[in-house]
Design a protein around this ligand. Structure first.
Ligand SMILES: NC(=O)c1ccc[n+]([C@@H]2O[C@H](COP(=O)([O-])OP(=O)(O)OC[C@H]3O[C@@H](n4cnc5c(N)ncnc54)[C@H](OP(=O)(O)O)[C@@H]3O)[C@@H](O)[C@H]2O)c1
Length: 275
């Protein structure tokens, strides 16, 4: 089956590589054309030339809104967008007779490339059946009946993860403030329900290595969409609203390209406290 990826940033380019490794013929489009150069995909000049199953992996609602006149048989929104933007995109597509799904991803670019990512696939079963063979080669699938519910679950998960990272940073700050060394803070977590979280994220927070796979700006966007999507349904998210303010503030202050897991940490927020 032919597959197209629209938006070949960190996630889209990883998906192109995964699809190519599974033997699919892959087409790709990106606003910045140089990013297509080394990918195992045939570049297309315009999104109207998209074919087969089309994954859209652009950054945010604004970018999604800029993707107009897309071609293909079934379009699946793989990036993280607000529930309202998913609904609006679905209405645009319905007039063109193209099948529509949302397939937001839990996991980073490495997971996508290795096939260990989780795809929350929402939309009608008849549409899913047309492209199931592709999804089954990508990773773990969680199925939901609508695109909106799939995106809502992804936003709920991200708000939980991102808020947890902010609290993990503050856990380190409070411990250090009263002279507890990082090793002891880690040891306590390792003996509790937070064991896996500590093992996966604490070292990444304390000793950053290499460029981040998910930036603070994108995390701010996700929590914003979680709060907005809940608010649109008259369900205020009080704690997520505080997390959103923290991430948006840090993004505005120029930390947008930092690893999102570091938002709660000393040198970022601690610097503000001293002022
Ligand atoms: N990184 C992760 O770990 C991760 C995990 C799960 C989900 N996600 C979600 O996946 C999506 C992509 O994330 P990413 O990390 O791949 O981001 P990224 O590396 O920053 O790539 C963003 C992509 O969006 C495109 N784009 C931005 N604004 C655009 C516009 N106005 N018109 C057309 N294209 C536009 C960029 O094109 P240019 O190259 O031209 O800038 C690029 O292809 C986001 O929704 C993110 O929240 C990311």
């Amino acid at each position: 089956m032919e597959v197209t990826v629209i938006g070949t940033g960190r996630m889209g380019s990883a998906l192109v590589k995964r699809l190519a490794s599974q033997g699919f013929t892959v087409y790709a489009w990106n606003r910045t054309r140089e990013k297509l150069r080394d990918l195992p995909a045939k570049p297309i000049e315009d999104v109207s030339q998209a074919r087969g199953l089309v994954f859209i992996f652009v950054a945010d609602d604004e970018a999604l809104n800029a993707v107009r006149g897309v071609g293909g048989d079934v379009v699946s929104l793989a990036g993280t967008y607000s529930v309202g933007a998913v609904a609006a995109f679905s209405i645009r597509l319905s007039s063109m007779g193209i099948g529509f799904l949302a397939s937001p991803v839990v996991g980073g670019p490495g997971d996508v490339e290795r096939g260990t990512a989780i795809y929350i696939v929402g939309g009608p079963e008849s549409t899913y059946q047309r492209v199931k063979d592709v999804f089954e080669r990508l990773g773990t699938i969680i199925r939901l009946p609508t695109a909106e519910s799939a995106m809502a679950l992804k936003l709920a998960y991200n708000a939980l993860l991102i808020g947890s990272m902010a609290l993990l940073g503050e856990y380190v700050i409070l411990s250090r403030t009263y002279g507890v060394d990082d090793e002891t803070s880690k040891e306590l977590l390792r003996r509790t329900v937070f064991k896996d979280v500590a093992e996966k994220y604490l070292d990444r927070i304390l000793n950053p290595r290499g460029p981040p796979s998910f930036t603070l700006t994108l995390a701010a966007k996700d929590v914003h969409y979680a709060v907005k999507s809940a608010g649109d349904a008259r369900t205020p998210l009080v704690v997520s609203s505080a997390v959103k303010s923290l991430y948006e503030l840090l993004s505005t202050l120029g930390f947008g390209n930092e690893d999102y897991v570091r938002a709660g940490l000393l040198e970022l927020v601690g610097g503000l406290r001293e002022k």
